[in-house]
Design a protein around this ligand. Structure first.
Ligand code: NAD
Ligand code: WQD
Length: 366
C-alpha cells in the first residue's frame, strides 16, 4: 500500500480549538499531536491510521497489557513511517510527563479493559483501570489546558433497550456488568469534568455498537489474547482451525431466526468517526455531546454466519447452544445524529467487514 504522503497545514488561531485547515500542502506542514491511549489496541490502531490520513500526528500511549508491540510494525508498513509510541500507563501522571513535553492538540482515550466476563471476576481491576485511569488522565488534560477529548463508550450503556433502534435519548439502564458500569461512570465523570472546566474542555462521548473487521491491508486487526469471547474473532479462529466449532449462543430468542441481533460496523468506519468527532470539537470548542456509532442495521448471528460464508466461500463449523448469560436480545443504533452533526456514517458492508476479518486471520495463520 502506498504510504500516506499528503499532509494538511493547520494554523493555530486564537487559542486551542481555533484551527484553520489548508489541504494539500507539502510536508513542511505543522501537524497536530493527538494522544491515542490504547493506540496499539484493536480500534486505537485503526484510528492511528485514520488520524495520519487526515493530517494529524498520532502519539500512541499503550502499556501493551492487551496488545503487542508488533502492531507498531503493522502500522509502519501501512504508513511508511514509525508512529511516536510511549509504553506507559495513561493513568500514571509521572510516566505520562514526557508525552506532554511537546504541545498536545487533543486526546482520544481508548485505553481500558474490555472483557465483560473478566470484569465480573475482577471488578476492582475494572474500576481501577477504566475509571481510575480516565480520572487521572482527564486531570492531566485540564492541568495543561488541552481542549479536546474523545472518549470510547459503548452501546452496553443501553442494556436491553425498550425500543429499537436506540438513539442517544434512549435511557441508560442500570449496568449489567462491572465493565458496563465503568463506561457509564466515565461518561458521568467526563460530564462533571466538562462542567468544571467551564468551556475549556470539549468532550465527545462515542457509543460504539459492535466493531468488527480489520484494515484491508491485513497489516493490523483484532488480536484477542486467549480464547475470544466475541463472535467474529471466535468465528475466524474456528474457520482457521484454531478453535473447535462455534457455538451459537441461543436460537430461541424472539427474533425472526431466533438468534440475537447486533449492529456490526467496520473498524475502519469506526476509526474514521474519531477523526470526525475531533474535527467537530475543533469547530465547537468546549462542547460536550454523545453519539451512537453504528450502521443503523441489525444482523442476527445466523445472518453473520451466512454473510461470512458468502464473503469468503468458507463454511463456518457451528452448532446451536444455550443462551449466554447477560446477552440482550437485540440492539442496533439510530445513528442519524452522527450523520447530521459529525457528517459521519458507515460506508462498508457486513460482507466487507467479514472478508477483511478473514484476510487478517489468514495472515495471522492457524
Ligand atoms: P483493546 O483491548 O484492543 O485496546 C485497548 C488498549 O488499551 C490495549 O492495547 C491495552 O493494552 C491498552 N490499555 C489498557 N489499559 C491501559 C492503560 N491504563 N494505559 C495504557 N494502555 C492501556 O480494545 P478495543 O477493542 O480496541 O477497545 C478500545 C476501547 O473501546 C475500550 O475503551 C473499549 O471498552 C471500547 N469499546 C470496545 C468495543 C469492542 O467491541 N471492541 C465496543 C465498545 C467500546
Ligand atoms: C455478539 C453476538 C452472542 C460468541 C460485546 C460487549 C459489549 C461491547 C461489544 C464493549 C451475541 C453471539 C458470540 C460466540 C455467539 N463491547 N455469540 N457465539 O455481546 O454484543 O457485545 O462486545 O463495549 O459491551 O458485551 O458481542 O461479539 O460477544 O456477541 O453466538 O461464540 O454473538 O451471543 O448475540 P456483544 P459479542
Amino acid at each position: 500500500m502506498e504510504p500516506y504522503r499528503t499532509l494538511r497545514l493547520r494554523i493555530y488561531g486564537n487559542g486551542p480549538g481555533k484551527v484553520t485547515d489548508i489541504c494539500g500542502m507539502a510536508e513542511t506542514a505543522q501537524s497536530l499531536r493527538i494522544i491515542v491511549t490504547g493506540g496499539a489496541g484493536f480500534i486505537g490502531s485503526h484510528t492511528v491510521v485514520a488520524l495520519v490520513e487526515a493530517g494529524y500526528e498520532p502519539v500512541i500511549v499503550d502499556d501493551l497489557r492487551n496488545s503487542k508491540a508488533s502492531v507498531l510494525d503493522g502500522l509502519e508498513r501501512i504508513l511508511g513511517r514509525r508512529v511516536e509510541f510511549h509504553a506507559v500507563d495513561c493513568g500514571n501522571a509521572a510516566a505520562m510527563a514526557p508525552v506532554f513535553e511537546r504541545p498536545v492538540h487533543g486526546v482520544i482515550h481508548f485505553a481500558a479493559d474490555k472483557a465483560v466476563g473478566e470484569s465480573v471476576a475482577h471488578p476492582e481491576q475494572y474500576f481501577a483501570n477504566n475509571i481510575g485511569a480516565t480520572a487521572q488522565l482527564t486531570d492531566m488534560l485540564r492541568e495543561r489546558g488541552i481542549a479536546h477529548l474523545v472518549f470510547s463508550s459503548s452501546c452496553t450503556v443501553y442494556g436491553e433497550a425498550s425500543a429499537l433502534p436506540v438513539d442517544e435519548n434512549t435511557p441508560v439502564k442500570p449496568a449489567a456488568s462491572p465493565y458496563g458500569f465503568t463506561k457509564q461512570a466515565c461518561e458521568s465523570l467526563l460530564r462533571y469534568s466538562h462542567a468544571a472546566a467551564d468551556g475549556q474542555l470539549g468532550v465527545a462521548l462515542l457509543r460504539y455498537f459492535n466493531p468488527i473487521g480489520a484494515h484491508p491491508s491485513a497489516e493490523i486487526g483484532e488480536l484477542p489474547l486467549g480464547t475470544p469471547a466475541n463472535l467474529v474473532p471466535f468465528l475466524t479462529q474456528s474457520v482457521a482451525g484454531i478453535r473447535g466449532e462455534l457455538t451459537v449462543h441461543g436460537d430461541d430468542y424472539p427474533t425472526p431466526d431466533g438468534t440475537c441481533i447486533r449492529d456490526y460496523l467496520h473498524v475502519v468506519d469506526l476509526a474514521e468517526a474519531h477523526v470526525a468527532a475531533l474535527q467537530w470539537l475543533e469547530r465547537h470548542p468546549g462542547s460536550l455531546d454523545v453519539f451512537n456509532l453504528g450502521t443503523g442495521e441489525g444482523s442476527s448471528v445466523k445472518q453473520v454466519l451466512q454473510a461470512f460464508e458468502e464473503a469468503t466461500g468458507r463454511p463456518v463449523p457451528h452448532r446451536m447452544g444455550p443462551r449466554r448469560a447477560g446477552d440482550v436480545t437485540a440492539i442496533y443504533a439510530d445513528a442519524t445524529k452522527a450523520a447530521d452533526v459529525l457528517g459521519w456514517s458507515t460506508k462498508r458492508s457486513l460482507q466487507q467487514c467479514l472478508a477483511d476479518a478473514w484476510r487478517w486471520q489468514e495472515k495471522l495463520g492457524g
